[in-house]
Design a protein around this ligand. Structure first.
Ligand code: MOS
Length: 756
């Protein structure tokens, strides 16, 4: 089904099941510990051996020699795979450094060997006996000192151009009556999903099956085949349950490749979990950024010039953090400029983490907006509203592609200054102000006390694009009237199983308990996968398309004209004649497969999601410790397919934003070049005690340009702007402006007001 005209009334609009806050259909499996995660697939292949990965002890250089003799002789060791004995390996599309290093080493903890043994303990013991001699070469590890060597970034994740210019920024800025110019920094971050990367791999002759934990099943198939040099048809990937990803499982990782190589060498199935302590350096991370923002405005607060430049680093052939992107779309202003610069750093691979680009981008832009509002003597909400725009003021941020490898301009080139399909930023800000009690905020910082606590309130806008991408599904109905949906879509904790079940139930007119959803198997039709907050809208739209086709098949079988047929209560009806789906399905059952694909609606109308974050903090006037006391997010992001799972996404994202604001930071050893705090004991994330009451509100909205579902993304919108709202609240509480994340107490303590 091609979606190339705005959606009109369709079966989803009945909202009998879609739009209802139903419980997760996979909830029981998860809460009873019976959802089969990758590392627990003891059942899928007999005689599994265990693999333990050895990570490189240097960041850049070469392996001179490896001594495997003691490891090989260790009890239980079955095989050891290294680059030397692995055979010729290709490289997938989605990684910069090879997943198996050697002799060249590109980053710390790059996998250099996997030891396969009868038990996990034997594999681990064997791995500790592997002796590697390295030769180190000089590498660059410090963004600050490499900033001046940073180059124009040619390739952007998702395509698009690195730089944008509208009008003449320098001239406009110089002429502006009020000017603001500041530089900010954001930290390296790690995804820290609960479930580590894990895989069970088994070969049957030349066919490989992996049970793994991956957000994008079709990408994993492609990259595994390419790396192993075998046809895609010989690879099957299953990833039905995923304990979080946040972008860290978008791509094939070392666990899957090493399990496949290990299983080939050991001639039996092998399971590998990437050790937690390898994750920050072995896998991807969110790049640190340095960002300079300049804003020029008239005395009465109209922005006339705005520039956002961002510097980040990555491996050779890497891509920049697209932190200036939202500044192309968020606020008005005639003279504008954005730029992304990329330095080569031999830390692990920098790549997507929840709302790549916009999360660190809104974290700084939205402080700058707060600072500029103060300079202008304006309320920060009114300043934002004054500079709202209903058309994209710059070149649109990104072409609508989910494929980070996409280089070719998509069909139907982006048009300049397209209107937004729907933009309710102002409504989010106003609604939030009312609900949060903004009118009680003292605009003068450092004035509000609660015992030893200095109390403040902050606000920030949230912005994130909505991406449209092809997605397919197959739907069957059997003689019990049970509807089964199959698609390679994944559920990374987001609720895909549930919203897909709701979609099929609505479309086929059956109750939710008559729907079975099967996900995460490369033998199913290829979906959009989970990433970039595109999963919810696109995967359900694909299921919509397949259901439309199945409705036709059923109507025809029942002797009805499909256009007249009504699907309700497990029956297909025309007038007063009805046939049950079970009867129509017969003994053979009926099936249909289709996909949703898109025309140019996303070029004619720029599709974004909007929100406003409100935060109240207390800062301890003696210690500088910040405690978040209240949080509210108001979001406008199309139809909410399930308010319960959508809210869950937003409170998770708000929590992650809290981490970015106050504690999350991978610390770099700048001499050796690695992230020092590479475990959950030393990399701090918010825990329950850090998180206060979180309130989430969705504006009543449908977007007919997004898909027949009229839904958009929400999971990444929720993190965008949170950190800035906290930073702005800290400023309101204390009068101390911190432009360097995370805002730890050492950055506050010697600047706190005297309150004694
Ligand atoms: Mo997302 S960072 O594209 O999983």
């Amino acid at each position: 089904m091609k979606f190339d005209k705005p959606a009109t009334k369709n079966p989803i609009d009945q909202l009998k099941v879609v739009g209802q806050p139903v419980d997760r259909v996979d909830g029981r499996l998860k809460t009873t510990g019976t959802a089969p995660y990758a590392y627990e697939r003891h059942d899928v292949a007999p005689n599994q051996a265990y693999g333990y990965i050895v990570g490189s002890a240097i960041s850049k250089g070469r392996i001179v020699s490896m001594d495997l003799s003691r490891a090989k002789a260790a009890p239980g060791v079955v095989a050891i795979v290294t680059a030397e004995n692995a055979g010729k390996l290709g490289k997938g599309n989605f990684n910069t450094a090879p997943l198996l290093g050697g002799p060249e080493i590109r980053h710390y903890h790059q996998a250099v060997a996997v030891v396969i043994a009868e038990t996990f303990e034997q594999a681990r013991a064997g791995a500790h006996l592997v002796r590697v001699k390295y030769e180190r070469t000089k590498g660059a590890f410090d963004l600050e000192s490499e900033k001046d060597n940073a180059k124009l970034a040619e390739k952007l994740a998702g395509g698009g151009t690195s730089d944008s210019k509208v009008g003449d920024f320098e001239k406009g800025f110089a002429a502006a009556p009020v000017r603001f110019d500041a530089t900010y920094s954001t930290a390296y971050e790690s995804h820290c999903m609960m479930e580590p990367h894990a895989t069970v791999a088994a070969w049957k002759e030349d066919e490989l099956t992996v049970w793994t934990s991956n957000q994008m099943v079709a990408w994993a198939v492609g990259d595994l085949a390419q790396t192993l040099g075998i046809p895609k048809e010989k690879v099957r990937v299953l990833s039905p349950f995923i304990g979080g990803g946040f972008g860290g499982k978008l791509f094939l990782r070392a666990d899957a490749l090493m399990a496949a190589l290990g299983a080939r060498a050991a001639r039996r199935p092998v399971k590998v979990a990437l050790q937690r302590a390898l994750m920050p350096n072995n896998t991807t991370h969110r790049a640190a950024t340095i960002q300079r923002i300049r804003i020029g405005a008239t005395q009465d607060g109209k922005i006339t010039a705005i520039a956002h430049e961002s510097w980040s680093g990555d491996q050779p052939d890497g891509k920049p953090e697209t932190a200036a992107m939202q500044t192309r779309s968020l606020y008005a202003g005639a003279d504008r400029m954005t730029a992304h610069r990329l330095a080569v750093l031999y830390l692990g691979e920098a790549n997507a983490m929840r709302a790549p680009g916009e999360a660190p981008g809104c974290a700084t832009l939205e402080i700058a907006m707060d600072e500029m509002a103060e300079k202008l003597g304006l309320d920060p909400i009114e300043f934002r509203i004054l500079n709202d725009t209903q058309v994209v003021p710059d070149n649109p941020a990104k072409p609508q592609s989910s494929d980070p490898q996409s280089k070719k301009p998509e069909e139907g080139k982006s048009i300049p200054h397209p209107p937004f399909s729907k933009r309710q930023l102002v409504e989010c800000l106003r609604e939030g102000a009312k609900r949060f009690g903004w009118d009680k905020r003292n605009p003068k910082p450092g004035q509000t006390r609660d015992g030893r606590w200095l109390v403040g309130i902050g606000v920030a806008s949230a912005f994130r694009d909505n991406l449209l991408t092809k997605s397919a599904a197959r739907v069957r109905v059997d003689r019990q009237g049970v509807v089964t949906v199959e698609t390679d879509m994944t559920d990374i904790g987001t609720g895909s199983y549930t919203i897909i079940a709701q979609t099929a139930a609505e479309m086929m007119g059956v109750p939710l308990d008559k729907v079975v959803v099967r996900l995460g198997d490369s033998s199913f039709p290829v979906s959009c996968g989970s990433g970039g907050q595109w999963g919810g809208n696109n995967s359900t739209a694909g299921v919509y398309a397949a259901c439309m086709k199945l409705r036709e098949v059923i109507a025809q079988k029942a002797g009805f004209n499909a256009g007249d047929a009504v699907f309700t209560d497990g029956q297909v009806r025309v007038g007063n004649r009805s046939v049950s789906l079970a009867e129509a399905a017969g003994d053979q059952g009926l099936a249909a497969e289709d996909f949703i694909e898109y025309g140019t609606l996303d070029k004619e109308f720029h599709q974004s999601t909007f929100g406003a974050h409100f935060v109240e903090v207390g800062v301890d006037s003696f210690t500088g410790v910040t405690r978040v006391r209240r949080m509210l997010a108001v979001c406008a992001c199309g139809r909410i397919l399930n308010p319960k799972t959508a809210r869950s996404q937003v409170i998770g994202a708000m929590t992650m934003g809290l981490g970015a604001a106050l504690m999350e930071e991978l610390a770099v050893d700048k001499r050796i070049g690695y992230f020092v705090n590479h475990d959950l004991a030393t990399y701090e994330v918010p825990v329950h005690a850090d998180v206060p009451h979180q309130d989430v509100s969705f504006l009543d909205e449908t977007d007919p340009y997004s898909s027949p579902m009229k839904a958009k993304g929400v999971a990444e919108l929720g993190i965008c702007g949170v950190a800035a709202a906290i930073a702005n609240a800290i400023y309101n509480a204390t009068g101390v402006r911190v432009r360097d994340y995370p805002i730890t107490l050492d950055k506050l303590i010697d600047r706190l007001p005297e309150v004694a």
